[in-house]
Design a protein around this ligand. Structure first.
Ligand code: FEO
Length: 386
C-alpha cells in the first residue's frame, strides 16, 4: 500500500476502508477511502487526515515520502471525524505543525479534540504560500457542515475539494480514467443524494465559485481523483444542485396483505401510461440510502403504506424520516395506502411529505382489499393529475 504521486511533489497519502458498510446509516457497499494529500515544498503541507482507526496507515504512507515530524501545515478542510480523526496522532509526531482552517473549523476541531494546538484561521479568499506552490481557500459552508472549505492550488490547477465530488468507493486505483466510470458516477450520485442533497443552495454557491477557477484536477477526500472526466462530474453536480429532474417517479411502498401493493401496481400503470421512467421499490428489498439515489433526480415520488396499529409501517416511517432529513423539497408527491377500520396512514404520510416540502398532488386510501372498480378509479384519477 504505497503513496501515489498525483503531480510532481504532490502525493495521495490517504487510507482505504475496504470493509465499512454503514456510514451513519448510509450503506457503503463499495467501502470508501479517506483521502489525504501531502505537498512537498518549503512548507511541508498535509491536506486533511483520515478516520482515527486509520491513523497508522496514513502515517505509514506519509513516512514513505517524508518524516512526519517535518510537517509544517495541516489543512483542515472539514471537521467531521472521517477527515480530522487522525489529527491527534499526526500532531503527536509534528507538534509544531499549524492547523490551517476557517473560524468554524477551529471551533469545531477544538470541540472534537480538546487539544491546545496551533491554529492559523483563514477567511474565504485568503491565500497561503507554501514556497513554489500556494493555496487559495474558499469557504463552502454546509457542503456538508458549517466548517467546510476547499483549497485551490493555482500553480498546478488542483482543487482539494474535501466532501464535494467525493464517492464512497474503495479501490487500488486513484484516478477516474483507471476505473469504470459508470460505477464511480453511480457512487458519486449516491454520495450526493445521501450527504449533499439538503444543501442545494450552498452547493450552487460552491459551483459558482469553482466555475471561476482554472481546474485540471479535483482531489476529493473520498474515492477517486477527477482528472479526465471533470466535465462529467461538474455537469452532474450542476444538474443535482439545481434539481434538474427527469420525468421519473420513485414508487416506494411496503405492504401487509398485498392490498397496498395492488395499489402500488396501479400507481405504476398510471405513471407508465404517462411516459414516466419508473423505479418500483418494495422497502423490504432495498436499502433506504439506495432509494435516495433514485429519488434524487425524480420529478415525482409515490409512497404507500397500509395502516398498522394506528401508524404507518415502521419500514415506511424509517424511509420517510431519512428522506425528510435529506430532502431539498420541490418534488410532486403521491400517497396511498390500505386500511382496516381506521385510516391512519394518509395523515402520517401527509405529515412526512409536508416536512420534506413536497407538493402532494394525489392521495388514495382503500379499505381492506381493493376491488377492480376502486383500482380503476385510482388509476384514472391519478392519470388526470400527472
Ligand atoms: Fe467526509 Fe462530511 O465528511
Amino acid at each position: 500500500m504505497k503513496a501515489v504521486e498525483v503531480k510532481k511533489d504532490i502525493y495521495w497519502v490517504g487510507t482505504i476502508d475496504w470493509n465499512v458498510r454503514n456510514f451513519h446509516g448510509y450503506l457503503t457497499q463499495q467501502g470508501t477511502t479517506y483521502n489525504a494529500y501531502l505537498i512537498i515544498d518549503e512548507k511541508i503541507t498535509l491536506v486533511d487526515t483520515a478516520k482515527a482507526d486509520f491513523s497508522d496507515e496514513l502515517i505509514s504512507r506519509i513516512s514513505e515520502i517524508i518524516d512526519p515530524s517535518k510537517i509544517d501545515y495541516i489543512i483542515a478542510n472539514h471537521v467531521e471525524m472521517d477527515h480530522s480523526g487522525s489529527l491527534d496522532k499526526i500532531l503527536e509526531l509534528s507538534p509544531n505543525a499549524e492547523i490551517i482552517t476557517c473560524a468554524k473549523g477551529e471551533k469545531g476541531i477544538k470541540r472534537h479534540h480538546k487539544k491546545d494546538w496551533k491554529f492559523k484561521v483563514i477567511n474565504s479568499g485568503d491565500s497561503l504560500s507554501l514556497g513554489k506552490h500556494s493555496l487559495q481557500f474558499i469557504t463552502t459552508p454546509m457542503v456538508h457542515w458549517p466548517d467546510n472549505m476547499v483549497a485551490y492550488m493555482p500553480e498546478e490547477k488542483i482543487l482539494f475539494s474535501n466532501d464535494s465530488f467525493g464517492q464512497h468507493y474503495a479501490s487500488t486505483e486513484r484516478f477516474d480514467d483507471e476505473c469504470e466510470l459508470d460505477i464511480v458516477m453511480n457512487e458519486a450520485k449516491k454520495y450526493y443524494a445521501n450527504i449533499v442533497m439538503p444543501y442545494d443552495k450552498p452547493t450552487q454557491n460552491e459551483l459558482a465559485a469553482v466555475s471561476k477557477l482554472d481546474i485540471e484536477m479535483v482531489l476529493p477526500s473520498h474515492g477517486i481523483i477527477w482528472r479526465k472526466h471533470l466535465d462529467i462530474i461538474l455537469a452532474a453536480y450542476n444538474d443535482w444542485a439545481f434539481s434538474k429532474n427527469k420525468k421519473k417517479v420513485a414508487i416506494v411502498y411496503d405492504t401487509m396483505w398485498k392490498s397496498t401493493e395492488k395499489m402500488a401496481k396501479v400507481v405504476y400503470n398510471a405513471f407508465e401510461n404517462k411516459g414516466f421512467q419508473i423505479k418500483f421499490i418494495n422497502l423490504q428489498h432495498r436499502h433506504i440510502s439506495d432509494i435516495l439515489t433514485d429519488v434524487l433526480d425524480s420529478s415525482h415520488i409515490a409512497v404507500g403504506s397500509p395502516t398498522l396499529n394506528k401508524n404507518i409501517m415502521p419500514s415506511v416511517a424509517a424511509f420517510l424520516t431519512y428522506l425528510s432529513g435529506l430532502s431539498a423539497g420541490g418534488k410532486k408527491a403521491v400517497i396511498f395506502g390500505s386500511y382496516g377500520w381506521g385510516d391512519k396512514s394518509i395523515p402520517q404520510l401527509t405529515k412526512y411529505m409536508e416536512e420534506a416540502k413536497y407538493d402532494i398532488i394525489y392521495s388514495s386510501k382503500i379499505q381492506f382489499i381493493p376491488d377492480e372498480e376502486e383500482l380503476t378509479q385510482l388509476q384514472q384519477e391519478l392519470e388526470a393529475v400527472i
